[in-house]
Design a protein around this ligand. Structure first.
Ligand code: GLU
Length: 348
């Protein structure tokens, strides 16, 4: 059990530590119902693709030079139900680097390995309200990484990955993300080389966290494993399986393999709901009503707990780094498929 004393300088909600005071089960905490029937899902996916495929707002990210070569016309959607049923339209099998979406899954794997309270104390779960690569967010918060979905928190999370060398820690990350996807994921060497040559800012954030005592291990090694995790190649089809694993209490609905616990899924989805779409997370929750996570290569995953996982891919991004077509398509599908977690009807 983690014996680190609670941090009394940081304001937080008054809840008792769950590791010590666990409720018996989360069995009744999943949302109810299932996805509409196959024909309706397939029809609405095609409808979403057709509605937004001509939306040309936004720009492809190029601060990592190799991302700038992506074809802005690419657009794919995939959905995987907790039953394992899958539907996909457009460029759903196109491979791209997972980037920030890896943060959600590495966080889940680290929570699984170290426990809820330890990760909460070390990383935090509150939104910074600032861009994903903000240095000022660290300074404004006493050197704390704040949450695992921005770069500072993701670097601090990757630093917690168990293993006695960078290669064993990398193997933990790659094997874990592959288990979520249900196939062995490969790193894109070109994206890795391109980001490694351009990630001085992430190296600086890791060093800054270290200077405050909030990053364990060597900052450059941690940044390197983080850069490798961001360079793993996935498709929207893969991401939908990964998202569906989080929707299915941690069991991959395609392979049947348990990847993380039900409790870890709930923790991960809570953090995604408040921080998954960078500083636009509040608007995302307002419009979509589900936890999501986006990445600067153009992917977005969205989870309907107990129902399934949705993934979108389109490289044009808004100013915060979220795919423009992906946001519109997800908002449309959330309404059309009845996925908003906050929607209710009065009892008869
Ligand atoms: N590897 C990217 C970075 O660190 C991930 C950013 C993102 O997708 O938000 O800048």
């Amino acid at each position: 059990m983690d014996t680190t004393p609670p941090d009394t300088t940081r304001p937080r909600l008054h809840v008792s530590g769950r590791d010590e005071d666990s409720p018996p089960a989360l069995a009744q905490a999943v949302s109810t119902g299932s996805l509409p029937n196959t024909e309706r899902v397939a029809g609405l996916m095609q409808d979403a693709l057709d509605r937004y495929r001509t939306l040309d707002d936004g720009a492809v990210a190029d601060y990592i030079p190799s991302l700038g070569t992506a074809d802005p016309a690419l657009f794919g959607l995939a959905i995987v139900a907790v039953t394992g049923d899958a539907h996909a339209v457009g460029d759903s099998d196109h491979l791209f680097s997972i980037q920030s979406i890896s943060k959600a899954f590495v966080f889940a794997l680290v929570c699984e390995a170290l426990g809820h309270d330890s990760v909460w104390r070390t990383i935090g779960v509150n939104n910074t309200g600032l861009p994903f690569n903000s240095v000022i967010a660290v300074e404004l918060n006493g050197g704390r990484p704040m949450n695992p979905m921005v770069n500072a928190g993701a670097l601090a999370t990757t630093a917690l990955v168990p293993g006695d060398s960078p290669s064993t820690r990398w193997a933990f990350v790659r094997d874990g993300l592959s288990a979520f996807a249900g196939r062995t994921l490969e790193m894109d060497p070109e994206v890795y080389a391109s980001e490694s040559a351009a990630n001085q800012r992430n190296q600086a954030i890791a060093r800054l966290l270290q200077s405050y005592g909030h990053l364990t291990g060597d900052p450059l090694e941690v940044t390197d494993v983080y850069t490798m995790q961001c360079s793993l190649l996935v498709s929207a089809d893969d991401l939908a399986v990964m998202a569906a694993t989080l929707a299915n209490g941690g069991v991959n609905p395609v392979t049947g393999r348990r990847v993380v616990s039900e409790e870890v899924c709930a923790d991960t989805l809570a953090v995604m709901a408040t921080t998954g779409l960078y500083e636009m997370s509040g608007e995302w929750l307002f419009e979509v009503g589900m936890p999501g996570k986006s990445g600067v290569s153009g992917g977005i995953i969205t989870i309907a707990p107990g129902k399934g996982g949705l993934a979108t891919f389109s490289p044009r991004l808004d100013g915060a780094g979220n795919s423009v077509r992906g946001q519109s398509a997800t908002r449309f599908l959330s309404k059309a498929l009845g996925l908003n977690l906050f929607a209710s009807r009065p009892v008869a």
